[in-house]
Write a protein that binds this ligand. Structure first.
Ligand SMILES: Cc1cc2nc3c(=O)[nH]c(=O)nc-3n(C[C@H](O)[C@H](O)[C@H](O)COP(=O)(O)O)c2cc1C
Length: 346
């Protein structure tokens, strides 16, 4: 038995660690163990109870484990919460499908206002769903409408319709001229662009024949960028991954001036599960990727519960979220705030 843990607490810790792949268990054990230690000190406790172990795990683990933790403490009967059971029903009955809850939420964050009036702002939105006019695109449109109503100019690009090539730049290319000095007979493959490059100052032109150069000009000109995407099999869609990777490689290689920091960003993410925090880690990952592109995310909007027998659409193939006017209003307000900085959480 681990020192300082009651037998029940010890069993709880074992159960929590067993949720992870064997190769990760020792790491998770150590992390939660450290949090237990700190919490015991904080509380002056001589022994860690089951509740303290759960509190420590909650502190360390991603929100995706929240339902399982709640089930462990008996807050819910099984880790499939009652609302998740409702969502299960939505796959079997049209009545349950239309009656189920669908939620749109905004992360509460009070960012500094933009440094120019909204009527001078350009908002560029990328929609990363393969489903045109689906739930994600509907929310993106609402956010753009909010921005446009206060004078911003807006444009939406569907990644499903944007011809983006795969960049095979292996990142040896950017330092190729250095590598060639060190190894004159260098055999490593590199892109055409880098072959023309004599030194760091002689940046070339990306030779891939795709829409990235034109899109990049729009990105440079934008004051705010919206990235919308659904969760597919637990992650962002491949449309978004490909685009962000191509954007990153392109930005590194091109001779044009880079965008200056301080541009505003908004992330819109939609999914099927009714749990509101379950994909926070994916959203955080996209925020980090946008940060690397000098875009500071000031708005996060999510929509959940978009699952069931018609896969998040209605019988006419329209986005299910469109039926929830009170919910999609939040996208409109978030779009306004993106360009005005106004406080409108209600
Ligand atoms: C191929 C596919 C995979 C999906 N995977 C997940 C998933 O892993 N988790 C989840 O909560 N929802 C999942 N969903 C549900 C979608 O995220 C949800 O319906 C979303 O609103 C779809 O957005 P769209 O209408 O813009 O395409 C999936 C849907 C599809 C079509």
């Amino acid at each position: 038995m681990a020192p300082g843990l009651t037998p029940e607490a010890e069993k709880t810790l074992e159960t929590i660690v067993s949720w992870f792949s064997p190769i990760l268990r020792e790491k998770r054990h150590q992390k939660i163990g450290r949090a237990i230690d700190l919490m015991m000190r904080e509380q002056g406790a001589k022994e860690a109870s089951k509740d303290l172990v759960v509190a420590a795990a909650r502190f360390v683990l991603q929100p995706i484990y929240e339902p399982r933790l709640k089930a462990l403490t008996g807050e819910i009967p099984s880790w499939r919460s009652p609302s998740q059971e409702t969502m299960k029903e939505t796959h079997h009955s049209l009545e349950a499908y239309y009656a189920a809850p669908r939620l749109v939420g905004r992360w509460q964050f009070e960012a500094d206002p933009p440094n120019k009036p909204s009527r001078e702002m350009k908002v560029l939105a990328f929609c990363g769903s393969p489903r045109l006019e689906g739930n994600t695109e509907t929310l993106v449109e609402e956010a753009l409408r909010g921005a446009s109503d206060v004078g911003a100019s807006t444009e939406k690009i569907r990644l499903a319709e944007l011809p983006i090539a795969n960049c095979c730049n292996t990142f040896i290319s950017r330092d190729h001229f250095i590598a060639r000095e060190i190894l004159p007979d260098l055999k490593v493959d590199y892109c055409v662009y880098s072959r023309e490059r004599k030194d760091a100052e002689h940046r070339g032109i990306c030779t891939l024949q795709d829409q990235m150069p034109e899109t990049y000009q729009k990105i440079i000109a934008a004051d705010a960028i919206i990235i919308g995407f659904p969760i597919y099999t637990g992650w962002e869609t491949i449309l978004l991954t490909n685009f962000l990777e191509r954007w990153g490689h392109y930005e590194y290689c091109i001779p044009e001036k880079r965008p200056t920091p301080g541009r505003r960003g908004m992330v819109i993410c939609t999914w099927g599960s009714i749990e509101t925090k379950v994909y926070d880690h994916i959203i955080e990952n996209i925020i980090r990727k946008l940060d690397a592109r000098h875009i500071t995310v000031v708005e996060v909007l999510f929509a959940c519960g978009l699952t069931g027998v018609l896969g998040g659409l209605d019988e006419e193939g329209k986005a299910l979220i469109s039926r929830y006017s009170e919910e999609i209003k939040k996208a409109y307000l978030a779009g306004r705030t993106l360009v005005t900085g106004e406080r409108n959480y209600g």
